[in-house]
Design a protein around this ligand. Structure first.
Ligand code: SF4
Ligand code: SF4
Length: 327
């Protein structure tokens, strides 16, 4: 939620935005017009990465104002047929695969099958698996300039997850974790279970197997998903995980706070610009010595892997890296 009382109209949010090139005066003008309920150009230019919520040091949440104005004005205009794949995630049949009572539950959302075989093998053995549309948080609607579908489904999403009575649930999809860690409270929804981020789960597991790790010795560029803007502290867990499995996370321009969106949101409305952003992202990885790119979000992997392969990079999900390292 935008906190107008915290905003001093400094313009930092839009000066730091990596997708526009505003001077300080232009940034202040654009943001001031947003606050006056005008429809400035940033409503079209914004790729909905949510980065400015992380850039604003006063905690005003500027992206939440941009999103609210996008929804009010209908800008950007995205044809509904261009978003069919995303909307269809809500209709993926829901399945519960029962596991051992002493193991935590794992929610795969509707995106668990995008990378085939990822959850096969001992790392997730015995866990109760939840997957399908009932466990899809819909946070991705923000990339279409819409928050209402996220808010309207939030209580049902939490109820579906809580229905099995699990005390702890591990979340594969970063969006779902961010929804529970941040948005649920904002919407006044109580979450009756402990949410565990997949990176925390993997880190804990790797620590338990630390005597059986074969260091990978790889230089990797990390593709930080947009939803990580809600939970930036998870970066420290990832650093620790990479160190334990022998992965060097290359210090490139477009990582951490300066990460670039994978381009998927823009593919629905401006493919040329999306391709430019993907290319900028991957060339940054290559120029900083990465030999591979590591993904957390399967949708980032789906969207970036061809561009990465064309530049000679291997593509790996973080889970695959852990599987290779743990003997
Ligand atoms: S939202 Fe934050 S960064 Fe943007 S103008 Fe207001 S105070 Fe500055
Ligand atoms: S959400 Fe991302 S693209 Fe949009 S204004 Fe903020 S930083 Fe720029």
């Amino acid at each position: 939620m935008f906190n107008s009382e915290r905003c001093d109209l400094c313009g930092d949010c839009l000066v730091l935005c990596p997708y526009v090139d505003y001077s300080r005066d232009e940034a202040v003008d654009q943001f001031g017009r947003l606050m006056e309920e005008d429809a400035p150009e940033i409503l079209t230019e914004c790729v909905t990465c949510a980065g400015c919520n992380e850039f604003c040091e006063k905690g005003a949440n500027p992206f939440d104002l941009i999103l609210a104005r996008q929804e009010q004005t209908g800008i950007p205009h995205i044809p509904e047929e261009n978003t069919r794949m995303f909307r269809g995630l809500a209709d993926v049949p829901s399945v519960i695969i029962p596991g051992d009572s002493d193991k935590p539950t794992l929610s795969l959302c509707s995106v668990g099958d995008i990378i085939p075989g990822l959850f096969d093998g001992p790392l997730f053995k015995g866990m109760t698996i939840l997957k399908g549309g009932d466990y899809f948080c819909r946070l991705g609607y923000i990339h279409m300039g819409l928050e209402t579908p996220v808010r309207e489904n939030a209580a049902r999403f939490v109820e579906s997850l809580a229905a099995g009575g699990a005390e702890e649930i591990v979340f594969y999809h970063n969006d779902c974790y961010s929804m529970l860690a941040l948005k649920a409270e904002e919407y006044g929804i109580e979450v009756p279970f402990k949410s565990i981020h997949i990176i925390e789960y993997l880190l804990d597991l790797v620590k338990k197997h630390k005597d059986n790790i074969k260091p990978l010795g790889m230089k990797i560029a990390y593709q930080r998903p947009c939803a990580s803007r809600c939970t930036p502290l998870k970066d420290e867990y990832l650093d620790e995980l990479f160190e334990l499995i022998g992965v060097e996370r290359v210090e490139r321009k477009h990582d951490r706070r300066n990460a670039l969106c994978c381009g998927a949101p823009l593919m629905t409305r401006d493919r040329k610009r999306a391709k430019e952003i993907k290319k900028r992202n991957i060339q940054d990885a290559v120029s900083h010595g990465a030999e591979a790119i590591a993904y957390l979000c399967p949708l980032c992997a789906l969207n970036l892997r061809k561009t990465a392969s064309a530049e000679g990079l291997e593509n790996h999900h973080i889970i695959e890296l852990v599987k290779h390292a743990v003997q």
